[in-house]
Design a protein around this ligand. Structure first.
Ligand SMILES: Nc1ncnc2c1ncn2[C@@H]1O[C@H](COP(=O)(O)OP(=O)(O)OP(=O)(O)O)[C@@H](O)[C@H]1O
Length: 223
């Protein structure tokens, strides 16, 4: 689904990531962990061609990213949902309009029942008309998940989705990700939170990728 072959990435100085070769297979659940500044967000950006590798190749849905034209990148991105670390919303638009924005900007209709089901599923059924500044951190994160999956993506990439959440809310968000994965979505979650990873491993066959010294390794059972 997403394959890295001997990938390196540099923002201009020395290499931040080197010799990365791995595959995210359909239906898999991966965590990506590593120290702050080690390149987790950068790796996620390589996974949806927000950044292009400075060496090696990244293949997304069987297409090498450098071979994609602008329209093809846009089409590819419709199949990849992203929950960004800062999860920004348009503050003047109600939550429901924010969540359906990925459909609206690509000229697609929103089915009202599907939207109601999705909002209920993320536990925001009562907040469809609320404005984003009125939401708690946990509500924002769940809204960001709803917005990322409204297009039914094949892959969901989440960057520190539980970063500012308490433990109970983190578990609630994790449960949504596990359920999505059970429904077939391939999931990659960047996180510092080893307790979250331990908890997830009791629910799903998650694999853990760890960035260390610019390389990404599959972490062992020491988590
Ligand atoms: N656009 C950019 N230009 C130059 N350097 C950048 C840019 N974006 C990130 N960096 C640098 O690359 C390194 C990795 O950043 P990245 O955000 O990928 O790390 P991270 O592991 O996600 O960090 P954190 O856990 O703190 O979010 C950092 O040193 C950062 O300052």
């Amino acid at each position: 689904m997403i394959a890295f072959d001997n990938v390196a990435y540099s923002y201009g100085g020395g290499e931040l990531l080197s010799e990365i070769s791995l595959r995210l297979t359909p239906g898999s659940f991966h965590f990506l962990t590593g120290p702050s500044g080690s390149g987790k967000s950068t790796f996620l950006k390589l996974c949806y061609a927000e950044l292009l590798p400075t060496a090696g190749s990244v293949t997304i849905f069987d297409r090498e990213v450098r071979s994609l034209g602008r329209d093809e990148v846009a089409r590819m991105r419709r199949r990849v949902g992203v929950v960004h670390q800062d999860c920004q919303f348009l503050d003047h638009l109600p939550l429901a309009a924010n969540v359906t924005l990925p459909l609206a900007v690509t000229g697609r209709e929103t089915n009202a029942q599907d939207l109601a089901d999705l909002m209920a599923w993320v536990g925001l059924g009562q907040l469809a008309d609320a404005l984003p500044p009125a939401l708690s951190g946990g509500e924002r994160q769940r809204a960001a998940v709803a917005r990322a999956i409204i297009t039914s993506p094949d892959v969901l990439l989440a960057d520190e989705p539980t970063g500012n959440l308490d433990w109970e809310m983190s578990l609630r968000l994790l449960k949504l990700l596990v359920e999505l994965n059970r429904m077939g979505t391939t999931i990659l979650v960047a996180t510092h939170d080893l307790n979250l990873i331990r908890n997830a491993k009791q629910q799903v066959a998650a694999r853990v990728l760890r960035i260390s010294n610019r390389r990404i390794q599959l972490a062992g059972a020491d988590l």
